[in-house]
Structure formats: structure tokens, C-alpha cells
Design a protein around this ligand. Structure first.
Ligand SMILES: Nc1nc2c([nH]c(=O)n2[C@@H]2O[C@H](COP(=O)(O)OP(=O)(O)OP(=O)(O)O)[C@@H](O)[C@H]2O)c(=O)[nH]1
Length: 128
């Protein structure tokens, strides 16, 4: 099966976390953490900073590794490295996504997350 390796940014601000809505493709309208595929030779941090700049014209600080998720989609196996991040500069301009929302832990269930994300979302909502 085809494998893809992706980095995802769990961007937090105060008690909220940023969720973005996919604007195209098979999973259009589902919600995710911004990010995308790693390129050859990149560290996860470099890939995250590049992706967030491309998608949101925003610079982030990558604070810490949270979790790696492995998930079988029908067409590929996904390995997704999730990092807690914060905004360094920029105003989260939506270049590719349809919408973005800052969600509190209590609101995390209010959007339809991509299937691979549901475990990590559950984990975040259990943080003290
Ligand atoms: N960025 C991101 N991708 C996720 C998440 N959860 C999840 O299953 N994915 C999957 O991981 C892949 C991310 O790669 P991508 O954003 O570069 O994907 P894409 O299909 O837009 O690719 P493309 O930019 O090459 O056209 C997609 O297949 C996406 O469905 C998530 O929380 N964030």
C-alpha cells in the first residue's frame, strides 16, 4: 500500500486550538490540523514551518512533539506526526482551506474531524 508521511500543527492560543476545514479533494469539508506531506531532507519542524507558511502565511514556533498517528485510509497508509505549536507572526490567511475555527476543549467535538485525527482530538480534550 502507498504510504505518506505528514506533519500536523496543533496550534494553540490561550485555551483554544486551531481547526481548519479542507477545501478540496476526497475529504473536502472535513476538519484537520493544518500541515501536509514532508519533503525529502526536511526535518518535521522544517516541514511544519513550510506548510504553515504555504497554507496560512503564518510563522509558527514548534513547541513540542505530541504524538504520531498511523491510519489506514482505503488508498494509502498515513503516518502523521503531530506537534504543539503557537503563532510567531502572521494572521492565518486561508490560502487553501475553506474555513478555520479556534475551538476550546469543550468545542472540539463540534466539527467533523478526519478519521485519522479523532484519537488525538480525544486526547487533547482530556488534557487538564
Ligand atoms: N494536514 C493534515 N492532513 C491530514 C490530517 N489528517 C489526515 O488524515 N490527513 C491526511 O493527510 C494527507 C495530508 O497531506 P496534504 O495536506 O499534503 O494532502 P493533499 O491531499 O492536500 O495533497 P497535495 O497537497 O499533494 O494535493 C491528506 O491525505 C489528508 O487527508 C490532518 O490533521 N492534517
Amino acid at each position: 500500500m502507498k504510504r505518506i508521511e505528514v506533519v500536523a500543527a496543533i496550534i494553540h492560543k490561550g485555551d483554544k486550538i486551531l481547526a481548519t476545514q479542507r477545501g478540496y479533494g476526497e475529504w473536502k469539508d472535513f476538519w484537520e490540523f493544518p500541515g501536509g506531506k514532508m519533503e525529502a531532507g526536511e526535518t518535521p519542524e522544517e516541514a511544519l514551518r513550510r506548510e504553515i507558511w504555504e497554507e496560512l502565511e503564518t510563522r509558527i514556533v514548534v513547541e513540542r512533539f505530541v504524538k504520531t498517528i498511523d491510519w489506514d485510509y482505503p488508498a494509502f497508509h498515513l503516518t502523521m506526526h503531530c506537534y504543539l505549536c503557537r503563532v510567531e507572526s502572521g494572521c492565518l490567511k486561508l490560502k487553501e482551506h475553506e474555513a478555520a475555527r479556534w475551538l476550546t476543549k469543550d468545542d472540539l467535538d463540534s466539527v467533523e474531524w478526519l478519521p485519522a485525527d479523532r484519537d488525538v482530538v480525544k486526547e487533547i480534550s482530556a488534557y487538564p
